[in-house]
Design a protein around this ligand. Structure first.
Ligand SMILES: Nc1ncnc2c1ncn2[C@@H]1O[C@H](COP(=O)(O)OP(=O)(O)OP(=O)(O)O)[C@@H](O)[C@H]1O
Length: 243
């Protein structure tokens, strides 16, 4: 069986600064994310998780190696082409929700497609907001929504274009555990029932327990991989790293 790879990094190197103060944030990262899989990226503070996510998502450029989303090689793309690729083929969910305060929930959800000049699929939009339990909140502005509701709006925004991959950076970091569990459950359903591909950076072993696989980073390298992670397995893996 051939596995359809959504995102692939090979020998990725990222260096911040130069000379004596240079930091090799990514030191030859090779990792693949299969389509339709939910992966958690974990590791001690400073191990390179955010840097890896930014490089995989085309938010930052690499100093060596290759990053592919679907069939597209990101290295060498112009800023303009990268912007278009992020808009059309990548969904983002951030710790701080990143909704625009002056727009309603619905306007926030459709904004990326509006910017691309594309019409949202109304049936898909309805299915997303119904599954997320925010159908009654679409006319509200972010300030009128709870944190959990705001993150659900961000999830709908990320999935509306049916992107090749959704990158989630500590998506439950600002939520209490029960609300966070709801968001993680939705991400899991988006993978299992909607065929979405999700890559999530997290510090939280319980959050990682919702994923199909956890990959562990240390000092800018992938050092371990845990299939079907449970919080205990993830904690044990992190302990082996001294994290
Ligand atoms: N803009 C930058 N300039 C210089 N060094 C940076 C920059 N961004 C990150 N670094 C360094 O690169 C390394 C990896 O950082 P990164 O933020 O990717 O780690 P992380 O695993 O996401 O950490 P955390 O869990 O604390 O968020 C660290 O040593 C960090 O100090």
């Amino acid at each position: 069986m051939t596995v359809n790879v959504a995102v692939r990094a090979a020998d990725v190197v990222k260096v911040y600064g130069s000379g004596d103060t240079a930091v090799r944030a990514l030191d030859g990262v090779g990792v693949e994310f299969a389509a339709g899989e939910f992966t958690a990226v974990m590791g001690p503070s400073g191990s390179g998780k955010s840097t890896l996510m930014h490089c995989l998502a085309g938010l930052d450029t690499v100093d060596g190696g290759s990053v592919r989303i679907g069939g597209t090689e990101l290295t060498g793309l112009s800023d303009r082409a990268l912007t278009r690729l992020r808009r059309d083929r990548v969904g983002f969910v951030f710790q701080s929700f990143n909704l625009l305060p002056t727009l309603t929930a619905e306007q926030n959800i459709t904004l990326p497609l509006d910017l691309a000049g594309r019409k949202p699929d109304p049936g898909w939009l309805l299915e997303l907001v119904t599954t997320l339990g925010i159908a009654e909140r679409l006319r509200h502005r972010p300030s009128e929504l709870s944190g959990g509701q705001q993150q659900r709006v961000a999830c709908a925004r990320a999935l509306l274009s049916r992107p090749d991959v959704v990158f989630a950076d500590e998506p439950t970091g600002n939520l209490d555990s029960r609300t966070g569990a709801g968001v993680l459950e939705f991400l899991r359903r988006s993978v299992k029932e909607m065929g979405q591909t999700v890559v999530m950076v997290t510090h939280d072993p319980v959050a990682a327990g919702h994923a199909d696989r956890a990959v562990l980073l240390a000092d800018g390298r992938i050092v371990d991989e845990i299939p079907e992670p449970t919080p205990d397995l993830v904690l044990a893996g992190l302990r082996r790293l001294g994290g």
